[in-house]
Design a protein around this ligand. Structure first.
Ligand code: URA
Length: 427
């Protein structure tokens, strides 16, 4: 029977399971432009409302992988392992993590994206390093993985092109928030990238896609199954995103914090999560070193410097400084009991650290520096946040985002320390 997109839409509208052939044809047709935008929009909404079975998600993922090239990293002399985060506020973990895991003996192919909305993008942060280049040819990427063991770069346009087109459509049709489609979108890119093992950092909380642990666990299990079924050793850590990670939220200031971690310092939560993810990655890669020892040895810093230099960056360059700095003060005296990740992420975005549309440019020096975090004592009127921007007229809107971001309880009242790693799901 001839393929008709409307039959696929009707089937999902009526809650029927799509066949493998229907999924293959609709994704191929949409990528080639023979399935109309309005037809795919209707199907996406039907999927959002009626869901997909495990078999449908798996087929949808395979069809998106088949829409482009699949990289082959099998010729590398080291085990390959990557990490993907579902996105959070102050999430600079890839920056210390990738060189650390390389220094442990693995090859880490970190194909990353740019930020959209309140969560930052790894490439935007790295581009604040003068001279650093995000775009590498496949040959350059392979050579760097062979020589240094780590690359952070932009994914090529040929990697799961169906996902790029579909993601843009989901963005404007209110259909991003579908667990099957988020899982298929992330995993199609990671499977096509060719890594042998993958650790997923699935964020939970106000600053994350998934606001509660139940939906985050559902997303994590769906992705772990997709990876495992495709022959990629996959685990997921569910991690807290109710408050920003570390003290720095932005671009250059997050690079500076990542370098502090590589130098043996940095905020305790950033160090804790970097080590937890590195241990899972090293374990999946079959290596038997403790990343905490490797970090302490300085070898991860050596890998970072080599990686930055190989991509044209100067690891010793002074990072961009903002033209304007404004202080926001504490609203009360006591102990900070809560700092809302979403509010801090929105403030950084309003200062110019992120983009509203994908064509927008970001300010390298923009962001928010938290001068205290939950558990710290604070005095009313003392500096609490530093707002960084190159455009002074962005400051009032950013300060407004922070007006209700923090809760302060009387001194002496215990503020429980949050557990960064909430759960681990293994394939
Ligand atoms: N990140 C992705 O790559 N895809 C999604 O659908 C959501 C987050």
């Amino acid at each position: 029977m001839a393929f008709a997109a409307v039959d696929v839409i009707r089937a999902k509208r009526d809650k029927r399971e799509l066949t493998a052939e229907q999924i293959t044809q609709i994704i191929a047709g949409y990528t080639a432009g023979t399935v109309a935008e309005e037809q795919m929009s209707a199907l996406l909404m039907a999927i959002l409302l009626n869901g997909m079975s495990a078999d449908e998600i798996s087929q949808w993922t395979s069809a998106m992988i088949a829409s482009g090239d699949r990289m082959d990293l099998k010729g590398l002399p080291k085990p390959t392992v990557d990490k993907h985060s579902t996105g959070g506020v102050g999430d600079k973990i890839s920056l210390p993590l990738a060189p650390l895991v390389a220094a442990c003996g693995a090859a880490v192919p970190q194909l990353s994206g740019r930020g959209l909305g309140h969560t930052g993008g790894t490439l935007d942060k790295m581009e604040s390093i003068p001279g650093w280049r995000a775009t590498l040819s496949p040959e350059e990427m392979l050579a760097q993985l062979r020589d240094i063991g780590v690359v952070i770069c932009a994914a090529s346009d040929d990697l799961a092109p169906a996902d790029r087109k579909l993601y843009a459509l989901r963005d404007v049709t209110g259909t991003v928030e579908s667990i099957p489609m988020i899982a298929a979108s992330i995993m199609s890119k990671k499977i096509a990238e060719g890594t042998a093992s993958l650790v997923l950092d699935v964020k939970v909380g106000s600053g994350a896609f998934m606001k509660d642990a139940t939906s985050a666990a559902h997303l994590a299990r769906t992705m772990v199954r997709l990876g495992t079924d495709a022959g990629v050793k996959t685990s997921a850590l569910l991690t807290d995103m109710s408050e920003p990670l570390g003290l720095a939220v932005g671009n250059a200031i997050e690079v500076a914090e990542a370098v502090d971690v590589l130098a043996g310092g940095g905020p305790a939560d950033v160090v804790e999560l970097t080590i937890a993810l590195a241990r899972e990655m090293v374990d999946l890669a079959g290596l038997s070193v403790d990343p905490a020892d490797v970090l302490a040895s300085g070898a991860a810093m050596d890998s970072w410097r080599a990686m930055v230099a190989a991509q044209g960056g100067d690891p010793d360059a002074v990072l961009p400084r903002p033209l304007e700095v404004e202080i926001v003060t504490a609203p009360a005296t006591g102990v900070i009991s809560k700092m809302d990740a979403l509010a801090v992420g929105m403030a950084a975005w309003r200062l110019g650290a992120g983009r509203a549309r994908k064509e927008d440019t970001v300010q390298a020096a923009a962001g928010v520096l938290c001068l205290a975090k939950p558990g710290d004592e604070i005095t009313e009127g003392a500096p609490l946040f530093e707002l960084h921007t190159d455009t002074a007229d962005r400051i009032p809107a950013a300060a407004a985002e922070l007006a209700a971001a923090v809760e302060v309880v009387p001194a002496g009242r215990p503020v429980p320390r949050r557990a960064i790693v909430m759960n681990t799901i293994r394939g």
